[in-house]
Design a protein around this ligand. Sequence first.
Ligand code: AMP
Ligand code: MN
Ligand code: MN
Ligand code: MN
Length: 277
Amino acid sequence: MTELYDLHCHSTTSDGDFSPTELIKRAAKNAVTTLALTDHDTIDGLAEAKMCADELKITLINGIEISTQWEKQCLHIVGLNIEPQHESLQKIIHEAKIMRQQRAEKIAVKLEKKGISGAIDFVQKSPIDGMITRSHFAHFLVSQFHVSTLQEAFDRYLGDGKSAYVSTTWTPLETVIQAIRDAGGIPVVAHPLRYKLTTTRMKKMLTVFKNAGGLAMEIVTGRYNPDEMRILANYANQFELVGSVGSDFHSPENQWIDLGRLAPLPNSVKPVWELWK
Ligand code: AMP
Ligand code: MN
Ligand code: MN
Ligand code: MN
């Protein structure tokens, strides 16, 4: 059987449209053989995903996508093959949950000032004891006809510097990398080009990441073209990082590519899965 890896996606436990079970079923339909569920700052979907994955003979990699702070930049670090209950991770998850709750309340106040009420009730109801993300606010704004698309919700209200944007100080990058390593996992820089770093800053970030114990970076993700993949492969080799592949699938709608529908990892890069084989 041909192996097909997808090592980054989201369920209803954070801001995805599908439950962990529905997600695994979709992965199976798309011929994915190894899937990592990587919800934002939570591991709560992994147990359900594991049950379904066992049934459908898919290998589930325990994953998480953690929001971190590097200088003034929020960076997403995926942790692959983690021990989910490890105390180092649990501490970060607990702190992230508090920060997300506090941020949500502030976002709701900002929306209130724009004459938009009811946001906090909506977002608190949607994730079942999950993580409140800006996507939940975007869904609220669409459902109340304040905007017509999720993208417009970010462009007008929720995006960095927009009218309902609230800045957050996430757990420092180095702390998160260490916690993932302590939990037996592999720290991966998620979607490295989405932060729009200059070349100098990208190299600085990868140096810090590597020195702190980082091991991998995503080379193939939904929105990258072949030129961008080549750039990323060069960075991976320069900084001696292995490469990962992940759709970042959230929903069949919008800009997200479907599970498993990714270009193969370039031959020049060592695959992250060799670290756990
Ligand atoms: P948060 O971690 O709560 O700040 O939310 C970030 C999430 O919002 C991301 O993981 C995306 O799923 C979503 N998101 C961020 N920017 C956009 C955008 N411009 N359009 C649509 N979704 C976005
Ligand atoms: Mn998301
Ligand atoms: Mn991300
Ligand atoms: Mn993601």
